[in-house]
Design a protein around this ligand. Structure first.
Ligand code: ADP
Length: 354
């Protein structure tokens, strides 16, 4: 059975085609610059048409959907009611869900009658206890507006946690694992007996670790201070925190860790500072999550920085476990969110067949 996995961003579509149940990757690709000035690809429908001309015999499509709010706790078959709910969830994820939805609607038209499945980035974190996901705001804000920690990168955290259990040759349900997804976006999750019990991203992907261009945790009072003092408008504050902060903002040069490591070696102080801040924040979170779970069997590093930057991994772990009687294993496991989506899609299909 061939499963096509689609990951739609605002101006791009990533895809991978798998043969299941092996799973075997048949082909993959990327369509970029959708809807941009001068691009020949005007929308996601046109982009998907190009992809579907390249491949054939698609039995099922698995879509990455960023935000499932509290509605979606696991993958689901897509029908009109699900489409409506994904649209509703888009109210709190205006940057992501509309693009995911555009891909779903395009597939519906281009592959009529083909089953489609939605796999949500937030679903894995729906097991967080209320004391971890409720903010210190008036409770009505949660009840009326759904303001709470949701967490993201769930597919990746779940995938590498399962990988760690295989490496440790123990059931995931008996392990305490901390997964660090360190790419351009960065998040960290405490996986206690197979369940996400805390995670660093929040209501949006801005909370938590220092990232490529996002600031992560800051004093929230800074926002009103900056708005008053610098007369910044909402869109400017948004851009400041999401696009001009993090590694890029601190170093003043780049959001790319490879560039920063090179600069650090050339004695660039700001690059070194950015790396120090980045690593320190991760170390703090790992320490907190060891406390939350009362121990830890493994710390997993994944994504661009996590998989490739050995020095940064070592810097994070330096002295981190010295107080522990039983030291966690430190593992590097490449993530594959598309494969995980294919596996979950296949599981859903097989469940229906049984
Ligand atoms: P995204 O979140 O966009 O998928 P990635 O997972 O590719 O991002 O991670 C991007 C980050 O990983 C960048 O900071 C980059 O410098 C770093 N990175 C990616 N590949 C390598 C590599 N081979 N060696 C060192 N750093 C890498």
């Amino acid at each position: 059975m061939r499963i096509l996995v689609i990951n739609c961003g605002s101006s791009s579509i990533k895809y991978k085609l798998f043969a299941m149940p092996e799973p075997h990757l048949i082909s993959k690709g990327l369509i970029e610059h959708i809807g941009e000035k001068g691009s020949s690809i005007q929308n996601h429908y046109a982009g998907l048409k190009i992809i579907l001309n390249r491949i054939k015999d698609v039995a099922v499509v698995g879509h990455r959907v960023v935000h499932g709010a509290e509605t979606f706790k696991k993958p689901v078959f897509i029908d009109n009611a699900v489409i409506r709910k994904i649209r509703q969830c888009g109210a709190i994820a205006p940057l992501h869900n509309p693009a995911n939805l555009a891909g779903i609607l395009a597939c519906k038209k281009l592959l009529p009658g083909t089953k489609q499945v939605a796999v949500f980035d937030t679903a894995f974190h729906q097991t967080l206890p209320d004391y971890a996901y409720i903010y210190g705001l008036p409770y009505e804000y949660y009840q009326r507006f759904g303001i709470r920690k949701y967490g993201f990168h769930g597919t990746s955290h779940e995938y590498v946690a399962q990988g760690a259990a295989r490496i440790l040759k123990r059931p995931l349900q008996k392990l305490k694992i901390i997964t660090c997804h360190l790419g351009n976006g960065c998040s960290i999750t405490a996986v206690d007996h197979g369940r996400s019990v805390d995670t660093s991203m929040g209501f949006t992907p801005l909370e938590g670790l220092v990232m490529g261009t996002r600031c992560g945790d800051i004093d929230p009072a800074l926002i009103t201070y900056l708005m008053r003092k610098r007369k910044l408008k909402i869109a400017q504050i948004d851009a400041l925190l999401n696009k001009y902060s993090g590694l890029k903002g601190i170093s003043g040069t780049s959001n790319d860790m490879r560039v920063l490591e090179k600069k650090r070696k050339e004695q660039d102080k700001r690059a070194a500072l950015a790396i120090n801040i980045f690593s320190y924040r991760i170390k703090k979170y790992i320490g907190a999550y060891i406390a939350v779970m009362g121990g830890c069997d493994a710390v997993v590093f994944t994504a661009g920085i996590g998989e490739n930057q050995k020095r940064i991994r070592e810097k994070i772990c330096q002295g981190l476990f010295s107080h522990l009687k039983k030291k966690p294993r430190v593992l590097v496991i490449p993530t594959d969110e598309e494969l995980m989506i294919a596996l979950q899609t296949y599981k859903l299909i097989e469940g229906v067949k049984c």
